[in-house]
Structures are given as C-alpha cells and as structure tokens.
Design a protein around this ligand. Structure first.
Ligand SMILES: Cc1cc2nc3c(=O)[nH]c(=O)nc-3n(C[C@H](O)[C@H](O)[C@H](O)COP(=O)(O)OP(=O)(O)OC[C@H]3O[C@@H](n4cnc5c(N)ncnc54)[C@H](O)[C@@H]3O)c2cc1C
Length: 445
C-alpha cells in the first residue's frame, strides 16, 4: 500500500539527519588538518574540477586562519560550502589523496572544507568586493550552481547580473534534487543569500525562459546571455503500465520530498527503483528512510558498469535496499489501476556499446517482482522542446557549444548540465566560471 505519515517525527528527523556530520570541536578539525602531507604536486587539487588549492586551505586551518582558508576555497569555488556536503569526494579529491596509496584513510578534505566555509557563512564574512561598475549587464537563465557561479564571477568584475529562474527558490538541483540527508533546503537558501550578498545580482524568481521571456528579448535587453537551465525531465521507460498509479519518476519524487514535509510524502510498502545512478540511489535510500518496508534497485547491467560510486551503493545497502543486477524492466502490471508487479527480462552482457560499456542482452527469461510502487531513475533528459524553439544548436537537446561555452548565437553562452548532459555540482560551478570568463572576454576584449 502507498501511504504517507509512516514514521514518527523523531524517526523522520533521525533518518534524514546529516549523513556527513561536521567536526564537533576545533581540536578535532586541527588534528585532521595536521595529518595532511601538503604534497608538492597536490593530486587532490588536480582532481577537483574547480581546482581548489586544498593543501593551502588545510594549512590555513592548521594555523587557525579560518577566514583565509574560506577565502582560498571560495576563490576557486563559490559553492565550496555546498560542495563540501554533496561532492562525491571518493572519486575526486579524497579519492586521489596519497594516503590511499598507503592503504590508509584519506585526509577528510570535504569535512575540513565544510569547517571553514560553514564558519564563513555563519559569521557572514564577505570575502570578495565587487569592482566598480563596468556599465555592462548580463542575463543568466537558471539560478543553479552554474548560473550562480557565473553570476558571482561577473559581479566581482563589476558587471550587473539578472538571473531568470523558473522556480520560486534558487540553488537548482542543490535545492530541489540532491538527497535531503546531504543538504537541507535551509542551507541551500542560506548559500544562495551568501553568494548574492556581494551585490549586483538580481534574481527574478518564477520567470521561465520560453514562457515568461524569450531568448530574443534577453539578447535585446542585455549585453550578453548565459544559459544554465540544467536538464530537468525524467527519462521514460517506454514500457506498458507506466501510467499506473504508483509509478513515479525519481526527479518528481525527490522534488516533492525536498519541498514538503517528509510525513506528507507517500511511499509504497514494496518499492522498485529502476536505474543505478546517483539519482536512483538517492530515490531508493530516501524511499527506505520514509518508511518503505522493502526497496529494490533494479539495474540492467552489473556492478562493473554502474554509474554510481561504490560509496553510494554502500549507502543504499546499509539502508537495507536490495539490488537486482542484470534485470531490465519490460512491463509494469497493475490491478484496479494500481501497480502490483514489475516484470523484468534477465540479461547478460554482450558487446561494448557507444559508451564503451558492455551492453545488456536479454537471456529470454523473466523475473516478476511483487511491488506497489515503481520509481523510474533511468536518467534525465534535456529540455529539447525549449532548445529547439529557441533555435539553439544541440544534440538530442543537449546544447552544443564551441570553446567550452559559446552557443551558435554571438553573445549567448551556456554551461552546466544543459551542456554536459548532467554531471556534478562542482562541474557546474566550474562551467559557470568558464562562462563568466568567456563573457568578460566578449564584453571587454
Ligand atoms: C536526484 C539528483 C541527485 C543529485 N545528487 C548530486 C550529489 O549528491 N552531488 C553532486 O555533486 N551532484 C548531484 N547531482 C547533480 C547536480 O545536482 C547537477 O549536476 C547540478 O545541479 C547542475 O547544475 P546546473 O546549474 O547546471 O543545473 P541545475 O542545478 O539543474 O539548475 C538549473 C536551474 O535552471 C532553472 N531552469 C530550468 N529551466 C528554466 C527555464 N526555462 N527558465 C528559467 N530557469 C530555468 C531550474 O529551475 C534550475 O534552478 C544530482 C542530480 C540529481 C538529479
């Protein structure tokens, strides 16, 4: 049965508590910081898409220069606080820490980054000054990580920025997509406020490109435009039974969870989650934490090919989620309009496909799972309709750009998920920086 209000307030609080709690004391942070070897070639910095000078900010913590440490982080990544909570550090900075080579725990880079940046936000240290106006104005579409990072970089250089955002809040998927046990909506709001406190950035909420404003109007009214509207639509499975009650897409499921109280979110007794990316893991773990009795992740390939990291898979397993490898959904069966079963072909791996991963091939046998809810997390699709109607060059809806950021219109730049098809927050932040430097070059050659 699908129902809400399955747990007590305390249970919800416990289940959605911070998955990576901060250091409890200054001493704990100092001990962790002093473990750093300050490698001369800093593999941690090289593996950070925004190139944060990790040894430097950690050294600054050891000398209790927290303001300096936060400045080092924010200079490279204005969403350094959010990234310290959501980055898959096991495959980025911490994954490349030399301690791994010695089979020891890596430096707790994310936690140390959080230590400095949260203090900066809590104390409202304004570490950057806006240069005098250069008399230019830029429109940005989307107040997600790419848009905000671009806006901050431009504002620092004295450019006026107006962000057009279709939702009622900023932060993009940080606010509406990422798992609730990684970041809270309150934190996301505080982060947007902290970034925009530099001044010169106006966010027009509830303003959507393609509905409330056109690209042509933006081109006419601004000196340049930066498109950072992400990818937002859930991919359909295109199998029978998809319209049954109880079939939801992971993006909408998580959006609801991020915008409403946990107790109001309905979840099934037996939930199947289709996919094995970060979104699938987040949907599965959160369904379990909302009180679902049984959650099963269904993936058509094997663990070798899964898009999520080992660390994320372990979170789902520790939450008690089951995994069925080599199973591809072919039909959702229902009774009286409601989901009752999920039928899957069992698969085996064949030749590598375009992505280089071995492609799954049906063995001709099926398995049937008894479920009352199916969450589809088989990837996101770009806003193809919007992109086509604005006559932007694209590949299946993903914007095509030259020089990392230039669209087919002069003065119109783009970056983040709408260009890369969906990566991580930290990649979007870097894209925003790249977009800003291209815009500055365009405006003031
Ligand atoms: C479920 C889920 C979980 C994730 N978990 C993680 C994680 O744990 N860690 C991590 O690093 N990354 C995670 N990601 C990926 C990460 O959230 C994105 O890569 C990142 O947010 C991309 O930033 P962006 O600014 O390009 O796009 P977005 O964050 O999508 O921001 C785009 C903004 O544009 C707005 N917009 C869209 N269309 C229009 C329009 N027509 N007009 C005006 N505004 C518009 C949107 O409302 C949004 O605010 C996750 C993604 C998903 C879907």
């Amino acid at each position: 049965m699908i129902q809400n209000n399955r747990l007590s307030t305390e249970q919800y609080e416990q289940n959605f508590a911070d998955i990576h709690p901060p250091f409890e004391t200054k001493e704990a942070a100092l001990v962790a910081a002093n473990k750093c070897l300050f490698c001369y070639d800093a593999p941690c910095t090289k593996s950070c898409p925004t190139g944060i000078n990790v040894p430097k900010f950690i050294k600054q913590i050891t000398t209790e220069n927290i303001k300096g440490s936060a400045h080092t982080i924010f200079s490279s990544n204005i969403m350094g606080a959010g990234c310290s909570k959501v980055c898959p550090v096991e495959k980025l900075c911490e994954g490349s820490c030399v301690y791994n080579l010695m089979h020891e725990e890596p430096i707790q880079i994310a936690r140390l980054q959080r230590y400095s940046t949260e203090k900066a936000m809590a104390q409202n240290w304004q570490l950057f000054e806006r240069k005098p106006s250069v008399g230019k104005k830029v429109a940005i579409v989307g107040a997600g990580p790419a848009g905000l990072s671009c806006a901050h970089t431009l504002s620092r250089e004295g450019v006026y920025v107006t962000i057009y955002e279709k939702e009622a809040k900023g932060g993009g998927l940080m606010t509406y997509g990422i798992a609730a046990y990684k970041v809270t909506p309150e934190f996301c709001e505080a982060e947007v406020d902290y970034i925009t406190a530099i001044g010169g950035i106006d966010i027009k909420y509830n303003h959507a490109l393609g509905k409330d404003v056109t690209l042509e109007q933006l081109q006419q009214n601004y000196d340049a435009v930066y498109l950072a509207f992400g990818v937002g639509l859930a991919r359909q499975l295109a199998i029978p039974g998809e319209a049954l009650t109880g079939v939801v897409d992971a993006i909408s499921f998580i959006y609801d969870l991020r915008t409403n109280h946990f107790s109001s979110i309905p979840v099934g007794d037996r939930v199947a989650v289709i996919g094995m990316g970060m979104t699938a893991i987040d949907a599965a773990t959160q369904a379990k934490r909302l009180g679902a009795k049984e959650v099963t992740l269904v993936y058509r390939r094997t663990q070798e090919e899964m898009p999520c990291t080992e660390h994320e898979l372990n979170i789902a397993k520790l939450d008690g989620c089951n995994v069925i490898w080599l199973a591809a959904p072919t039909e959702i069966i229902g009774k009286e309009g409601k989901v009752t079963h999920l039928v899957c072909d069992t698969m085996q791996l064949g030749e590598p496909d375009a992505s280089g991963r071995r492609s799954p091939v049906s063995t001709g046998t099926t398995i049937t799972l008894e479920v009352d809810m199916v969450i589809k997390a088989a990837g996101q699709m770009p806003f193809e309709h919007l992109v086509k109607s604005e006559k932007l060059h694209h590949l299946y809806g993903k914007l095509t750009v030259t020089n990392k950021t230039q669209t087919n219109y002069p003065g119109v730049f783009a970056g983040g998920d709408c260009v890369n098809g969906g990566k991580e927050v930290v990649d979007a932040v870097q894209a925003g920086k790249d977009g800003a430097s291209a815009i500055l070059q365009y405006l003031m050659p």
